[in-house]
Each structure stands twice: as structure tokens, then as C-alpha cells.
Design a protein around this ligand. Sequence first.
Ligand SMILES: [Cu+2]
Length: 325
Amino acid sequence: MNTGVKITAFAAALAATFGTAYGVGKGVGPVEEPKRTEHAGHAAQDPQKEGGDGHAGHEEGAAAPAPDLPGGLQVSQDGYTLALETPTPAAGRSTLKFSIKDAAGRKVTAFATEHGKELHFIVASRDLNTFRHLHPVRAADGTWSVDADLPAAGGYKAFADFKPAAKGARGVTLGADLAVPGAYAPKPLPAVAPTANVDGYQVRLGGVLDPGKAGELKLTVTRAGKPVTDLEPYLGAYGHLVALRDGDLAYLHVHPNEGGPGPDVSFTATAPSAGTYRLFLDFQHEGKVRTAAFTVKAGASGGAPAPAASGAGEAGHGAGEHAHG
Ligand SMILES: [Cu+2]
């Protein structure tokens, strides 16, 4: 399946989600009683049908779920919705509030613990220059809140990475737009570089991010030229890595490998496509968590399409090589 197909499936899923969740279709087209929302996440219709009025997907059967979409691209998935209560916070320090709602619109209050927390909340600016990895506190009614410092006006995206405790639920990462009002001056994406400096630490990135293939990324932490060999566990590992794709902020939570306590921290990562990614490494030393950020290109050719060879069967779908899942 190539990217074009995935985007089509995504668009169809979105259309179906809006159609069912908000009743947009009612009175507009011949939409009958919409099926329940658990349908919304599985709306991978025959792509030939898209381009219609977006409700073509209510028939059974055609649907393969879209499990291989990267995380963070949808505000609703698997019946769960990220509902921001503070979608336009002021610049500077403010309290962000949100909830995760289930298909019935109720705030979810039962979550599985992953990496030591029920929910990981990431806020990144659209230009990928600002990144916050936060751990909100949940009130008994399911409202989450956390203080965040968003330094400047502009577009941001909030990600909630969690696994509902409900039986059979899988982990999801939902993404919702957030905007800090004011005059916006986007910054260019920092250049590709193998090292990043933060608070007197230098972090070197080794390894290659390969589209569609799991590969090892190794980060090495030094301070004043000396390897740091006493990194501290943070959320059960010696580092946490989040990768965001430039262009749409698709979210990859990358899994840490065994090892530690430094100077090397190793991860296994799979880029869903060629392109440019911004990697954010959180590591803890001497009681403080710091973030080192890198710009990385996946696919050395910078996104050249796969050879269209061996035509036949998958005509028009290229030679996609996505093996992640
Ligand atoms: Cu976290």
C-alpha cells in the first residue's frame, strides 16, 4: 500500500467520522440512519468510491481497517476522541485541559499504564521548533490538566498517547490542533545535523531512519567531551524518543531498546515513509529531564518514488514497501 492509498483511506475515514459523529450528512445527502461510531475507524472503502459525498462507506465488507496509518493524524480513532477544552491558550505559561471521550461522548476514566503513565501528552509547534512532552493529571471525572509553556503565537498540535483500559482496546495516539493566537512567524526547520546541544550536553545521533524498515537509532550523550555513563531512568527507560514527520506531524513513538545507563541509548524506529522527520530525545541526568532535537531525512534520496517496475497487479499503486505494523 503506498502513501497515496493511505491518504485516501484516511480521508474516507475522516469523512465517515464526521458523518457519523456530527451528523453532517443529515439533510444533505441520502444518508440514512448512520451506523454507530465504532464503524468510523474502519472506513477503508474501495478507493474508487471516494470522491462522492463521503458517505459511501456504510456498507459492510469492503473494509480493511487502517491499522498502518501513523499515529497522531486523527482526532478520533477506534471510537475515542481527543477533546481539547483549551484549544486556544495564550502565549506563555497556561493550563491546558482536555479529555478523552468514548463513542458515547463520555469522558474516559480508565486507562492502562504505559511507560509509567496513563497518558502521554505531547505538544509540538507546526514548525517543529517547540516540543513539550507532558504528563497531565487526571481528575476523577476524566478531565486532564497540565501546565504548559508555549512560547509564541502559532499553530500547534497536541497528541494524546494512551491505551484505554476497556477490554480489547488498543493503544492509540490522537492528534488535535491547538493555536496560540497572535502574530505568527514560522521558523524554518533546523538543518539536518548529527549532533544536538542542550544545556551543556552534546547528543550524537547514529543510525539511519529507513522508510518502511525497522532500524536502530543510537544516541550518545556526552558532556564537556566526556561520555555520560550515569543517565537516570525516565519513565522506565534511559531515554524516550518521539519522531514527528515534517509536513503533517505524523507521530511515531519509538520504542527504547534494552541497555543503559549511557552514554548510548538505543531505539528501534520505523519511518512510515521517506521524508523529513524531527526527532526529540528526552533523557534524564542529575535529576533533570532535557530534550535533544534532531532533523533527520528518511530515504537518502529524499523521497524518490519507488520504481514503478513490475506493473500488472497493483497498477497505479506503485511499489509500496511499507512493512511496519
Ligand atoms: Cu510521556
